[in-house]
Write a protein that binds this ligand. Structure first.
Ligand SMILES: [Zn+2]
Length: 385
């Protein structure tokens, strides 16, 4: 089949016909609760998703090297430079959440824990590959669904990086921005713990002998917050501060935890310098700074914007307009983008309430986004048939 023959298939009708099957698959995944760091709960989801992927003829491996649980690596089609598709099996919801937040459908929306973030994305990916299989279209695709994205992919960063090698593009099926837009950039994140050591003394008897770690920590907080440049996407927040022992003791110790977000690598370099520069002797106290960049920023590039343009064209043919935007939250897309791979994120369905109890998706998006992904894969990978 040529690429134009593949593009001429009435994908919209085909996936609309499969809408109720997709809803059934989604329900079965939502009803398998899979909190992060709960391998026994994640395993049944990994098995169910493996079956969905295997139906497309993909060779599916369950990789379980880490305590956080099983991960899926599936290879579809053949070719040197596959399209990498990323997703995660875990959710932020603890076991038992279904009792208070059961699966339900209302006004064209499906509700339930993890329905948006991101079990619907998993169903869309499996469905699109199954669609290609029905027509014997062999686009090279590597799928990685990890088990711990919601806790910073703490055990699966190298798995993602390894599978990303030679990828021609990365498509991330995290939820869309509410309203349906894809994510063409994400902030990066850094985390710090700043520790201040002063000198204790009796606050009433000989206060002049003490050096207040709390006073110095307070000065540091003011300096940190002055680094904020919200309009350019740089935010700095001392979110936790603690120190001291008693009201009548000049505090010998204080510490704080700081969250930093930035949009560009230039901002990252500057803010890392500025925060590292707080370390050393200050006002008689000794300041140490630990931490650094946790995820690099995912910045739009000419290549990623071209990828977006192709996705937007595929969306239009699939019956909807795909916008794009920036978000502050991070995903595994930050890693692939930092590796120089054109990355497009937020391709999962429209909806709202990720990590909140009104979490839901727009059901109509299941079919049309499966159609979009199928078209996009044919477009960017289909020259190897
Ligand atoms: Zn997610």
């Amino acid at each position: 089949m040529t690429r134009s023959e593949a593009a001429a298939i009435d994908w919209n009708a085909e996936f609309e016909e499969r809408a109720s099957l997709m809803i059934g698959d989604l329900r079965s995944l939502v009803e398998l609760e899979s909190p992060s760091r709960d391998p026994e709960a994640i395993r049944p989801v990994a098995l169910a998703v493996s079956k969905m992927l295997a139906a497309s003829g993909a060779s599916v491996d369950i990789v379980e090297e880490h305590a956080n649980g099983p991960n899926i690596v599936a290879k579809f089609g053949k070719g040197e430079r596959p399209v990498l598709i990323l997703g995660h099996l875990d959710t932020v919801w603890k076991r038992g959440t279904l009792a208070s937040m059961p699966w339900r459908i209302e006004d064209g929306r499906a509700y339930g824990p993890g329905v948006l973030d991101m079990k619907s994305g998993l169903v869309i990916v499996a469905e699109a590959l199954n669609g290609l299989r029905r027509h014997d279209i062999a686009v090279p695709v590597t799928v990685v669904f990890n088990c711990d994205e919601e806790i910073g992919s703490e055990s699966t960063r190298s798995l993602v990086a390894e599978q990303a090698q030679n990828a021609r593009a990365a498509l991330v099926f995290e939820p869309a921005i509410t309203g349906g837009a894809a994510k063409t950039s994400r902030s990066g994140i850094a985390a710090y713990r700043i520790h201040v050591r002063g000198r204790a003394s009796h606050a009433g008897v000989d206060p002049e002998k003490g050096v207040s770690a709390i006073l110095e920590a307070a000065r540091i907080v003011v300096e940190l917050h002055a680094m904020n440049d919200l309009s350019s996407g740089l935010s700095v927040n001392a979110g936790i501060i603690e120190g001291g022992t008693r009201a009548n003791v000049v505090a010998a110790e204080a510490r704080m935890d700081v969250d930093v977000r930035f949009r560009t690598s230039d901002q990252a370099i500057r803010i890392v310098d500025a925060i590292s520069g707080l370390a050393g002797a200050r006002g008689g106290a000794l300041v140490t700074v630990a931490g650094g960049i946790d995820r690099p920023p995912f910045e739009a590039t000419p290549e990623s914007l071209e990828l977006f343009a192709r996705a937007a064209a595929a969306a239009r043919e699939s019956g909807f307009e795909l916008g794009r935007g920036h978000v502050g939250g991070v995903s595994d897309g930050n890693f692939t983008a930092a590796l120089g791979i054109p990355t497009l994120d937020g391709l999962g369905p429209d909806g709202a309430g990720a990590h909140a109890d009104h979490e839901h998706i727009v059901i109509a998006d299941l079919s049309r986004r499966a159609a979009m992904l199928t078209r996009l894969l044919i477009d960017i990978g289909g020259d190897r048939q």
